[in-house]
Design a protein around this ligand. Structure first.
Ligand SMILES: [Zn+2]
Length: 309
């Protein structure tokens, strides 16, 4: 079922998720509500008088292990997997209510979100979708880490990771315009090294982590069952990147290249891009495939007299 790519979308009905936060271990109930065209993605803490934090680069908090939003001292933590699923599935407007500080980790991937969106349905809205069209390159470099965005059609991502054994070096590319997100990216789970577990647990950073929501890596490979993809790790990094770049406020039209990057580098790119107003413009997504299915072209519009007028 093709939907017109030039119009904004929301979810067709309210969705509810329950779980625990990966980092805090805190129980949380999260509800996604359909939202009017033009409203974007807005988080709402129902445990704090419905305090709202829009998902924009302006509200990014400085946290290295997950992406968090903060406004007036109120925190919303680990937003990246949900935002990734929303951008990946072309959902522009939604209110995200949660009754605690961290989103549920679910199975460590974005697949539960994608499945829920498809079950509930996605509703087309009467407003032209805008993208952030990249006009010239913006790069962030830090030691041997690198991330950049370049002008180009569609939304393409090339990611290279270089982790200690047993992961090593992996790279892959994806063209999000090809509607591959749900099958190729969403199922990829987060991961962590068994060797780091005690240290991170003692620091209180992975109170909710376990084999049900993360790939646990021993010296020889994953300790909890088969991978969903041979290169699941780099696919998960792309999942995270899409979620972090969602904080630009709209889907990006351009080509992203990331090498050994992480949340801090991803969000640094968003902030540098947004700050440099000469590097991008807001552009309407062109009306094309949709025109054929929805609108009958009046005969007069296709007469030679009007071509080139
Ligand atoms: Zn992640």
């Amino acid at each position: 079922m093709d939907r017109p790519a030039h119009l904004e979308q929301t979810i067709a009905e309210t969705l509810e998720f329950e779980g625990i936060g990966l980092h805090s271990g805190a129980p949380v109930t999260m509800r996604l509500l359909p939202a009017p065209a033009g409203s974007g993605i807005v988080f709402r803490r129902t445990d704090l008088d419905n305090f709202e934090i829009p998902a924009t680069g302006r509200n990014v908090a400085k946290v290295s292990y997950a992406t968090s939003l903060m406004r007036q001292g109120v925190l919303i933590s680990t937003t990246e997997h949900l935002l990734s699923a929303l951008i990946g599935m072309g959902i522009d407007n939604v209110i995200v209510e949660l009754d605690n500080l961290e989103l549920p980790i679910l199975d460590g991937s974005a697949l539960p979100y994608v499945e829920a969106f498809l079950r509930a349905g996605i509703r087309t809205q009467r407003r032209r979708r805008e993208t952030i069209r990249v006009l010239r390159e913006v790069e962030v470099r830090e030691g041997n880490k690198f991330i950049a965005v370049y002008p180009g059609s569609g939304y393409k991502i090339r990611y290279t990771i270089d982790f200690p054994a047993p992961i090593g070096r992996e790279h892959t590319s994806i063209d999000l315009a090809a509607e591959t997100y749900g099958a190729a990216i969403a199922p990829a789970r987060t991961f962590g090294y068994k060797a780091d577990e005690k240290r991170l647990r003692d620091m209180g950073l992975i109170r909710g982590a376990g084999p049900q929501n993360a790939i646990i890596l021993g010296p020889r490979g994953p300790e909890n069952g088969p991978l969903r993809f041979a290169n699941e790790y780099v696919r998960h990094k792309i999942l995270d990147l899409i979620g972090d770049l969602a904080l630009a406020g709209r889907r990006i039209e351009g080509h992203v290249v990331a090498v050994r990057a992480g949340h801090a580098m991803h969000t640094a790119l968003v902030q540098r891009l947004l700050k440099d107003r000469s590097a991008w413009e807001l552009a309407h997504v062109p009306v094309k495939a949709a025109a054929e299915e929805e609108v009958e072209t009046p005969a007069a519009l296709s007469t030679p007299a009007l071509i080139g007028a």
